[in-house]
Design a protein around this ligand. Structure first.
Ligand code: NAD
Ligand SMILES: O=C(O)C1=N[C@H](C(=O)O)CCC1
Length: 237
């Protein structure tokens, strides 16, 4: 496959290594300095674009790819307030794959988190909170992964109706504590506390390799696809 990398930062470079090792070609690399090169002519022989930039640039990049009929895999977080615009484009025939976290381990963790929340539903003596830790360069907070985890709890626990990024004493609010340290690739923990004990689950990424491999597998899934896809479609979870 010929891949366009849009965003050649920490993730773009990691994805390049995995894509080359799986026999793909990188046909185009776009970063901030040459963003004007992202246009239909340069996308002509591209099978799929992989986009990891930032919350402000993502939607514009998707639109250019959609106009050029190139499917997009994106992991950029912090832009989901505009997701309806992307879904509308997908209904009109564009192809888009999104995951707040592309790693297999995190996607298994999403399922475990939902099951634990459902198990806790009848036991009001337990209350949950969440901690996420990432590197100091991360722009968005809480992480996209933390928001997906929070949504998994809210869907499966009748008392939780919203998340907040602060300590809350309200029973219906799930507290998320976002911390930024050094070069941490991504750690997410959920703890259910009672007066007598606690149960914690944690996912800790050792590096960005798991995210990058998931993004390349998503890219391999996308050529010729139309519609909006996610990790559930890829992993059949
Ligand atoms: N879904 C996942 O599994 C996953 C994993 C890691 C990171 N992320 C997300 O991916 C995004 C990128 O992460 P990163 O660690 O690679 O960040 P990064 O800052 O290292 O890289 C982003 C790159 O995008 C470039 N850029 C900025 N504006 C651009 C534009 N208009 N066009 C093209 N390139 C542009 C920057 O110059 C930079 O090189 C973030 O939103 C992060 O939260 C998601
Ligand atoms: O390094 C980042 O930035 C990460 N972003 C994603 C998120 O916001 O959840 C995935 C983990 C790494």
């Amino acid at each position: 496959m010929r891949i366009a990398l849009i965003g050649y930062g920490k993730m773009g470079k990691e994805i390049e290594q995995i894509a080359l090792s799986r026999g793909h070609q990188i046909g185009l690399i776009i970063d901030q300095e040459n963003q004007a090169d992202l246009h239909a002519e340069n996308l002509k022989n591209i099978d799929v674009a992989i986009e990891f930039t930032n919350p402000d640039s993502a939607l514009g990049n998707y639109q250019i790819c959609f106009e050029a009929n190139v499917p997009v895999v994106s992991g950029t977080t912090g832009w989901l307030d505009k997701i309806d615009l992307v879904k509308e484009k997908c209904q009109l025939g564009s192809g888009f794959f999104y995951a707040s976290n592309f790693s297999l381990g995190v996607n298994l963790f999403f399922e475990l988190n939902k099951k634990l929340a459902a198990l806790m539903a009848p036991f009001s003596e337990y209350n949950a909170d969440m901690e996420e830790i990432h590197h100091i360069h991360k722009l968005d907070s809480p992480s996209g992964t933390a928001i997906t985890l929070a949504e998994g709890i809210i869907e499966n626990h009748p008392k939780k109706t919203k998340w907040i990024e602060a300590a809350s004493m309200k029973e219906d609010e799930l507290s998320i504590f976002a911390k930024r340290h050094g070069s941490v690739p991504g750690t997410h923990s959920i703890t259910w506390h009672s007066d007598v004990d606690e149960i914690s689950i944690q996912h800790l990424a050792y590096s960005r390799k798991g995210f990058a491999l998931g993004a390349v597998l998503a890219a391999e899934f996308m050529p010729e696809k139309k519609g909006f896809f996610g990790m559930k479609d890829l992993l059949k979870l």
